[in-house]
Write a protein that binds this ligand. Structure first.
Ligand SMILES: Cc1ncc(COP(=O)(O)O)c(C=O)c1O
Length: 376
C-alpha cells in the first residue's frame, strides 16, 4: 500500500527550492528583541490597564465564553464592548466575533448568495477572499483601487443584489482604499459596501476611527465595516459594525456567529480597556503613523524601495523570497524582528519586509533599526 502522505514531502521540497518554506518561530518571553513585525500598533497588548482588563474579565466571567453567541457566549461584557465599539466608530450597531477572520466570513455569505454579485478589489485580505468563495455569489475581482472598474462591473447588471468589498488599509503596503468613491459608485447601483478596517481601526481617521469615519460614512446603512480587535486594540477577536438590521440578520444567519464559540472574556475585557485608552488619547494613532513614517524614511535613505505609509504599515520591496528571509535573519541577529511577506501573501509576487510603526516606540528604536539594516 502506498503512503497516502508521501506527496507532502514532494511539495515541501518544491517550496524549499522556491524559497517558500515557512517555520514557526517561537518567541521567548523577555528576549529584548525590538519588535517591528507584530500588529500591536498602539503598543497596548502589554499595557497595564489592558492586561488588568483581561485579568478582571477572567476573574468575573472565567477564561472561556463557554458557548456560541446564541447559547451562553453573550455576556454583559460582550454587550458592553459592542456598545463601546459602536459608539466609538459611529456605527448603528456592533457584533463581536471570535476573530476578524470570522467577522468577514460572517458578513459576506450572510449578505450575498447564489444569485448575487460580489465585486472585490484584487488585493483584499485572504479572509475576504474566503468569505467571497463561501458566499457562492458570482465574484468579480477588479484591479487594485480601480473605482471605474467597479462601476463597469456593477453597471453590467445580471444580479439580484450586489456587494462591493475592500480593505480600507491594505495589509502588505499599508495603502488606503478610495472608500468615498467606492461608496458613491456602490450607492448609485444599489450595492452595499463592505470595508475591512483591520489595519485602520485605532490607526487612521479621526482619533483612529477608521477610513470609513474619515470619509464621513460612519453609520451609513449601506456600509458594513469589519475589523479585528487583535491589532491596534492589542487583544483578540473581531467585530462587525453595521446597521442594526444587518446585525440582526447576522445573529439569525451567520455561520461564524452561530457555530463558533464566542470571544473569550479576557480578550473582550482587554479590547474594552484598550478602546478606552484609545478614546481617551487621540494622539496614539498619530504617534503610530509618525513612527511608521520615520521607519519608512530611514529605510528609503538606505536605498530600499518603500511604500509611502498611509497607516502604520511599511512595506519594503526586496524581490526574491530568499533575499527577504536573509535580510530578516540579519536584522534578528541585531535584535530587530521584522515581518517577511512572500508569495502567496504578496499581491504581486514581490517579497517584502514588513515593518510596523508602534505608538510606544521612540526615536531610539528607529535608530536601532536603521543601524541594524544592511544595505539593499
Ligand atoms: C485585512 C485583514 N482582515 C482580517 C484579518 C483577520 O483578523 P484576525 O487576525 O482577527 O482573524 C487580518 C489579519 O489578521 C487582516 O490583515
Amino acid at each position: 500500500v502506498s503512503d497516502p502522505l508521501a506527496w507532502l514531502a514532494d511539495r515541501a521540497a518544491e517550496r524549499s527550492a522556491a524559497g517558500l518554506r515557512r517555520r514557526l518561530r517561537v518567541r521567548s518571553a523577555g528576549d529584548g528583541v525590538l519588535d517591528l513585525a507584530g500588529n500591536d500598533y498602539l503598543g497596548l497588548s502589554r499595557h497595564p490597564e489592558v492586561v488588568a482588563g483581561a485579568a478582571a474579565a477572567a476573574a468575573e466571567w472565567g477564561t472561556g465564553s463557554t458557548g456560541s453567541r446564541l447559547v451562553t457566549g453573550s455576556t454583559a461584557l460582550h454587550a458592553g464592548l459592542e456598545d463601546d465599539l459602536a459608539a466609538f466608530t459611529g456605527a448603528g450597531a456592533a457584533l463581536v466575533t471570535a476573530s476578524g477572520y470570522a467577522a468577514n466570513l460572517a458578513v459576506v455569505p450572510a449578505l450575498a448568495g447564489a444569485d448575487d454579485l460580489v465585486v472585490s478589489d484584487a488585493h483584499v485580505h485572504a479572509s475576504l477572499v474566503d468569505a467571497c468563495r463561501l458566499s457562492r455569489a458570482r465574484v468579480e475581482v477588479v484591479p487594485h483601487r480601480d473605482v471605474p472598474a467597479v462601476d463597469r462591473v456593477l453597471a453590467a447588471g445580471g444580479y439580484r443584489r450586489a456587494l462591493v468589498v475592500t480593505d480600507s488599509v491594505f495589509s502588505v503596503d499599508g495603502e488606503t482604499a478610495p472608500v468615498a468613491a467606492l461608496h458613491d459608485v456602490a450607492r448609485r447601483h444599489g450595492a452595499v459596501l463592505v470595508v475591512d478596517e483591520a489595519h485602520a481601526l485605532g490607526v487612521v481617521g479621526p482619533g483612529g476611527r477608521g477610513v470609513v469615519a474619515a470619509a464621513g460614512l460612519a453609520g451609513e446603512p449601506d456600509v458594513v465595516v469589519t475589523a479585528t480587535l487583535s491589532k491596534a486594540l492589542g487583544s483578540q477577536g473581531g467585530v462587525v459594525l453595521a446597521d442594526p438590521a444587518v446585525v440582526d440578520h447576522l445573529v439569525d444567519t451567520a455561520r461564524t456567529v452561530i457555530f463558533d464559540t464566542a470571544l473569550a472574556p479576557p480578550s473582550a475585557g482587554a479590547a474594552r480597556a484598550a478602546l478606552g485608552l484609545l478614546a481617551a488619547d487621540p494622539g496614539l494613532p498619530l504617534r503610530a503613523r509618525g513612527v511608521a513614517g520615520e521607519l519608512a524614511a530611514v529605510t528609503r535613505d538606505r536605498g530600499y524601495e518603500v511604500s509611502p505609509p498611509e497607516a502604520a504599515v511599511v512595506g519594503v520591496r526586496v524581490g526574491p523570497p530568499e533575499r527577504a528571509v536573509a535580510l530578516a535573519e540579519a536584522l534578528l541577529q541585531h535584535g530587530v524582528r521584522v515581518g517577511v511577506f512572500r508569495p502567496p501573501s504578496v499581491p504581486d509576487g514581490v517579497s517584502r519586509l514588513r515593518l510596523t510603526g508602534r505608538a510606544d516606540l521612540g526615536g531610539a528604536a528607529v535608530e536601532s533599526f536603521a543601524t541594524a539594516l544592511p544595505p539593499p
